[in-house]
Design a binder for this molecule. Structure first.
Ligand SMILES: Nc1ncnc2c1ncn2[C@@H]1O[C@H](COP(=O)(O)OP(=O)(O)OP(=O)(O)O)[C@@H](O)[C@H]1O
Ligand SMILES: [Mg+2]
Length: 296
C-alpha cells in the first residue's frame, strides 16, 4: 500500500545514471504535494535522430514535447526505440541529428539536465548485499549525504511505497512486487521532477501489476510529478496515462500522440467502464496501425 502523506524525491541506481542523482544536501525530503504551475515544457525533442555506432538508425525525426504534470504512456513494437528515446530524454544518450532541450531543468556544463530526472527499469537492480535502507540511500550517498542526514528522506520514501517496516530487510527477503517498490522509493528519494519508467511492471503477475499501477497513479496525483511510462500493454497504458504516444519502428518515430481524458477516477470502476473499453480500443487501433496491421 503506497501512502503519500509525506512525499519525497529521488532517483534510481544504475551506474551510468548515478551522475544524475540530485538532492540538495541538507534540504528536507519531506515536502508536501508539489504543483507544476509552469507552462514551460520539461523536455522538447525536435526531429531527433539517433544512429548507434554500429550503424543502426534507432530514431529518425522524433519530436515530442513533455509538459509538467503529464502522465505519458509510450507504446510501440519491440525495437522501435522506446528505451533509446527514454535514455535521450534522461540525458544519458547523445543524439545524431535534431535537438533536445530541457527548459525547466538546471543544465550542467555538458548541456545536460543536472539531476531531477529519475529512472525505474524493468529489473529492480537492487544491490543484494545492501538492506532496503542501503539501496534507497544510494543516490543520496552519491550526493555526499551522510546516512544520518539522509535517514528522514529514506524513511519518507519507504513510507510512500508502504515499505517503512522493511528498512532492514535484504532484497532476497522481498517479493518481486516489493523489490519494485524499493526501486520506486530509490527513484523518489531525490525528489525528481520527471520520472521515467521503462516497462517497470512487465515481469510481475497481473494482480501485483494492477496494484502497482494504482500506487503509481496515487503517487502522480499526490506529488504532481511528471511521468513517462513505457509499456507494451494497451490495457496498462489506457488505465494510467492522460496522454498516449505510439511509436513506429524502423526507424523509430512518433506515429500517434493523443490525450486520454476521462471523467472517471481511475480505479476499479474505471476498469470496467465503457470509457476504459473505448480508450483501450483507441490505443489498440493506433498500435495496430503503427505495427502495420500486425497482431499484438
Ligand atoms: N547500444 C546500442 N547499440 C546498437 N544498437 C542499439 C543499441 N541500443 C539499442 N539499439 C538498437 O536500437 C533500436 C531501438 O532499440 P530500443 O531498445 O530503444 O527499442 P525498444 O522500443 O525499447 O524495444 P523493446 O520494446 O524490445 O524494449 C533496436 O534496433 C536496437 O537493436
Ligand atoms: Mg526497451
Amino acid at each position: 500500500m503506497i501512502r503519500f502523506a509525506r512525499t519525497c524525491a529521488g532517483r534510481p541506481s544504475p551506474d551510468a545514471e548515478l551522475s544524475m542523482v540530485t538532492a540538495e544536501p541538507g534540504s528536507t525530503a519531506l515536502s508536501t504535494a508539489r504543483s507544476t504551475p509552469s507552462s514551460r515544457p520539461l523536455v522538447a525533442m525536435d526531429a531527433v535522430s539517433k544512429v548507434f555506432s554500429n550503424g543502426t538508425l534507432a530514431l529518425s525525426g522524433m519530436s515530442m514535447t513533455v509538459r509538467p504534470g503529464e502522465f505519458i504512456s509510450l507504446l510501440g513494437p519491440s525495437g522501435c526505440g522506446k528505451s533509446t528515446a527514454l535514455r535521450i530524454i534522461a540525458g544519458l544518450g547523445g543524439i545524431s541529428e535534431g535537438s533536445i532541450d530541457w527548459p525547466s531543468f538546471r543544465i550542467n556544463a555538458r548541456g545536460l539536465p543536472d539531476g531531477d530526472i529519475s529512472f525505474v527499469f524493468q529489473e529492480p537492480t537492487l544491490m543484494p548485499w545492501q538492506t532496503v535502507f542501503g539501496n534507497v540511500y544510494l543516490p543520496l550517498r552519491l550526493k555526499g549525504l551522510s546516512k544520518k542526514a539522509a535517514a528522514d528522506k529514506i524513511y519518507a520514501a519507504l513510507e510512500s511505497v508502504g515499505l517503512e517496516d522493511f528498512a532492514d530487510a535484504y532484497p532476497r527477503e522481498l517479493s518481486g512486487g516489493m523489490k519494485m517498490r524499493v526501486s520506486i522509493a530509490r527513484a523518489l528519494v531525490t525528489e525528481p521532477k520527471l520520472l521515467l519508467m521503462d516497462e517497470p511492471f512487465a515481469a510481475l503477475d497481473e494482480i501485483t501489476r494492477q496494484k502497482l499501477n494504482d500506487d503509481v497513479l496515487a503517487l502522480w496525483k499526490a506529488t504532481g510529478i511528471t511521468v513517462i511510462f513505457v509499456t507494451h500493454s494497451v490495457y496498462e497504458s489506457a488505465y494510467l496515462a492522460n496522454r498516449i504516444v505510439v511509436m513506429k519502428a524502423r526507424p523509430g518515430r512518433v506515429h500517434a500522440d493523443f490525450p486520454l481524458h476521462t471523467s472517471l477516477e481511475r480505479d476499479v470502476r474505471y476498469r470496467t467502464s465503457e470509457e476504459y473499453r473505448q480508450a483501450c480500443a483507441d490505443v489498440s487501433a493506433k498500435l495496430s496501425e503503427a505495427m502495420g496491421g500486425e497482431e499484438h
